[in-house]
Design a protein around this ligand. Structure first.
Ligand SMILES: C[S@@+](CC[C@H](N)C(=O)[O-])C[C@H]1O[C@@H](n2cnc3c(N)ncnc32)[C@H](O)[C@@H]1O
Length: 500
């Protein structure tokens, strides 16, 4: 597979693994419910790289649909590369606005996106899907990056969205009328194997239904006529048909009828062939509204008349928050995101948007829920307009919170808070291990607590599974660790650093 090389790639390829742990602290005073919980709609205020990492223990493999609308890298967006990657070249990049004069702007953008995409992929369910808004500044590079992170076999579509109505008559070359929405499944499902993303049909509109009429008062109800001839030529399907008026017609030149003569005669006797009101027209096939699918197959071309445009999105925002000053000029209309959710989600799905802006995705989720369902959203936004629930990095995490993170990261298996017994320092069992955590959110405890022989003995009887023990330090030599079947892990260093 062809891959894209860019400056900094070697440093960011595994950066998502090195991102420090930050705790998500729900803020009761900013919440709309009394029971503040991570398992609810969430608005996270902070950098999305840290936030996505912090979401992993609770949400890995649980998100059905991701929509993101990252900076397009137009050179006018004032975005800054801010990831603390361990490379002197990239440290040089920090804090500087990425503008048109910056010769490394594409490298920086790709370095920003790669670790985020890797975390987003981990958060998706096996039958999940990601939709990404993008334009020609990065679309071609982005597709190659996505091929690398999601696998080129999981590419679904590159949708064209008509983002505006009025042409820009002073454009140097062309008036740019559309954006792209690039779609990748976590795993494509082409009907051959189980699992993977299956798209929904989109509901039929009244306009589409209005095309069905009933000029011959057919008791089967409304119908519309479809061309009986097809492009692919076959001699067997090329035969003369006598109309009701007695005229003989053949398929148009180079084409044949869509069905065999026998089958045509059956359709005719079943009153499924229409020769027009006079009975003299070229035959067409009657398609009944009652027979067509529940909805329509989505197209790769989305018109503003169906899903809105940038202007309608700006109007929506003004109606909701008259005062807000957004640092970007391109909010997305709710109906656009609603279309995405119709195609990709079910009634109880969780939807994530980690470049949330004005929160259109939340609005679309809530709107769709009013029709049916109880979908949940998670938004991440670094600007102050996301000030709902703050991602705090300067507090020591609580026992359960750290247990959740440690258990998931060490075993890759689901954490069950019910299994935690803090008195025994026990946080759960994976296929291979019993997992123990010696921890308190107290700097003195962390300085003075180690895995000692007494603590090793007190872990309890050995029950055929190795013991994975996390503690701030250990005073136990290798032989004892073997004797008590212990794999020791030091608590993540960042926990101490957060406090200092
Ligand atoms: C183009 S806007 C998204 C617009 C959004 N779709 C809407 O309809 O309002 C991109 C947003 O991503 C946010 N953003 C950029 N980098 C981010 C980061 N590293 N972490 C969190 N948010 C980020 C920006 O502040 C901006 O609000």
């Amino acid at each position: 597979m062809a891959v894209l090389n860019f400056k900094g790639k070697t440093f960011v390829q595994n950066h998502h693994l090195a991102v420090k742990y930050h705790q998500l602290v729900p803020q009761k005073d900013k919440s709309l419910t009394d029971k503040v919980s991570l398992n609810d709609n969430l608005i996270i205020h902070g950098d999305n790289l840290k936030a996505l990492k912090a979401l992993l223990p609770t949400y890995a493999g649980k998100i059905k649909c991701i929509y993101i609308d990252p900076p397009y890298n137009t050179g006018n967006e004032n975005w800054v590369y801010n990831d603390n990657v361990n490379s002197p070249m990239m440290q040089e990049w920090l804090g500087k606005v990425v503008d048109k004069e910056d010769f490394t702007r594409h490298d920086k953008w790709l370095c920003m996106m790669m670790p985020r995409l890797k975390l987003l992929r981990e958060l998706l369910r096996e039958d999940g899907v990601i939709f990404v808004s993008i334009d020609d500044n990065e679309q071609h590079r982005f597709r190659i990056l996505m091929d690398e992170v999601f696998g080129e076999e999981n590419f679904i579509a590159n949708i064209i969205w008509q983002k505006k109505y009025s042409p820009q008559n002073d454009a140097n070359y062309f008036s740019d009328m559309h954006d792209f929405i690039v779609v990748y499944a976590k795993k494509r499902n082409d009907g051959l194997e189980k699992g993977g993303w299956v798209r929904n049909l989109i509901p039929r509109t009244e306009e589409q239904n209005a095309r069905y009429k009933n000029p011959d008062n057919d008791p089967r109800g409304l119908w519309k006529s479809a061309d009986l001839s097809v492009k692919t030529y076959s001699e067997e399907y090329d035969y003369p048909i006598t109309t009701q008026s007695g005229r003989v017609v053949n398929p148009p030149k180079g084409r044949s009828w869509m069905t065999s003569e026998d089958n045509f005669n059956k359709l005719r006797s079943d009153n499924r062939i229409w020769f027009g009101k006079t009975g003299d027209n070229v035959p067409s096939l009657k398609i009944f509204l009652s027979e067509v699918q529940e909805g329509v197959v989505p197209l790769t071309l989305w018109l503003r008349t169906e899903v809105g445009d940038n202007e309608s999105a700006k109007k929506e925002i003004k109606e909701i928050f008259s005062e807000i000053q957004l640092p970007f000029d391109t909010p997305k209309p709710t109906s656009l995101i609603k279309r995405i959710l119709q195609i990709s989600t079910e009634k109880d799905s969780i939807i994530l948007d980690s470049f949330a802006g004005s929160g259109t995705t939340a609005n679309a989720v809530l709107e769709l829920n009013t029709e049916e369902g109880n979908r949940k959203f998670i938004l991440v936004e670094c600007e102050d307009y996301a000030d709902e629930s703050i991602l705090e990095g300067d507090k020591l995490p609580g026992y359960l919170e750290l247990a959740r993170y440690i258990f998931y990261t060490a075993t890759g298996e689901e954490f069950d808070p019910e299994k935690v017994d803090e008195k025994r320092n026990f946080i759960g069992e994976s296929k291979e291990y019993e997992v123990y955590l010696f921890y308190k959110p107290d700097i003195e405890y962390l300085r003075t607590t180690a895995l000692t022989l007494d603590r090793a003995k007190n872990l309890g009887e050995y029950k055929n599974k190795k013991r994975l023990v996390f503690a701030p330090s250990k005073y136990l030599d290798h032989d004892y660790l073997l004797e008590y079947r212990i794999d020791y892990c030091q608590l993540p260093f960042e926990i101490y650093k957060l406090k200092s």
